[in-house]
Design a protein around this ligand. Structure first.
Ligand SMILES: Cc1cc2nc3c(=O)[nH]c(=O)nc-3n(C[C@H](O)[C@H](O)[C@H](O)COP(=O)(O)O)c2cc1C
Length: 194
């Protein structure tokens, strides 16, 4: 059984993020190939990056206790689902800071993105993928883009994300592809010592 971490990338009060978070958790209950752990950035109180050295120069060693605690949780995951809003055509600042607050622990692991907003957070997801590459991760092709229609359907009409078939199908495809990469990269890490 593999461990997948769902990172909740909005911390603001009244966030929409709880709807897709619950919907991803619900979808994962049907899976027998991984367990899903929710890492809510509200719970970690990460400072804005303030290490004396860039992570690559420090060999991924962090001094800040909150960053160390965050890295310890990232270390236990075999893969990630990052849930991101789109703020000014990019991922949220808290999510970007969370990426910056660990280093070695991300390496050689797959990551998938679930985004929501006017254009399904397409730009935030692309932004997340390039950041993930720089952290030596493997961002996957499958993603869930919760576009304007379901976004407003949930907010204004009280619909559930579960009621949108195309989103449920995208969620399954994301889980399947993430697991392919998580298994492959776990074996590769074991074979190469990391
Ligand atoms: C600072 C800020 C910037 C935003 N920029 C965008 C944007 O570039 N594209 C977009 O589709 N929505 C944008 N929005 C609207 C968000 O999609 C919407 O507020 C969403 O609910 C944010 O996610 P959250 O509620 O989980 O924090 C922005 C919202 C905020 C607060």
């Amino acid at each position: 059984m593999l461990n997948i971490a769902l990172i909740v990338g909005s911390t603001r009060p009244n966030r929409f993020a709880d709807k897709p978070k619950d919907w991803i958790v619900e979808g994962a209950k049907a899976r027998t190939d991984f367990t899903l752990e929710v890492l809510d950035l509200r719970d970690f109180k990460l400072p804005f990056f303030e290490e004396p050295l860039p992570p690559a120069f420090a060999k991924g060693v962090f001094t800040n206790p909150a960053a160390k605690a965050w890295g310890a949780r990232i270390a236990t995951a075999d893969g990630f689902i990052a849930l991101t809003p789109e703020y000014h055509h990019a991922m949220s600042a808290v999510l970007k800071n969370a990426f910056e607050s660990a280093y070695n622990e991300w390496m050689n692991k797959p990551i998938a993105f679930v985004g929501y907003g006017g254009v399904g957070a397409a730009r935030a997801v692309e932004n997340g993928r390039t950041v993930a590459i720089e952290l030596q991760m493997a961002p996957i092709q499958r993603a869930v883009h919760i576009g304007l229609e379901p976004f407003l359907g949930v907010i204004r009409e009280g619909r559930t994300l579960e009621s949108y078939d195309h989103l449920n199908q995208a969620r399954t495809a994301l889980f399947d592809q993430l697991m392919w990469w998580a298994k492959a990269l776990k074996a590769a890490r074991a074979a190469t010592g990391g």
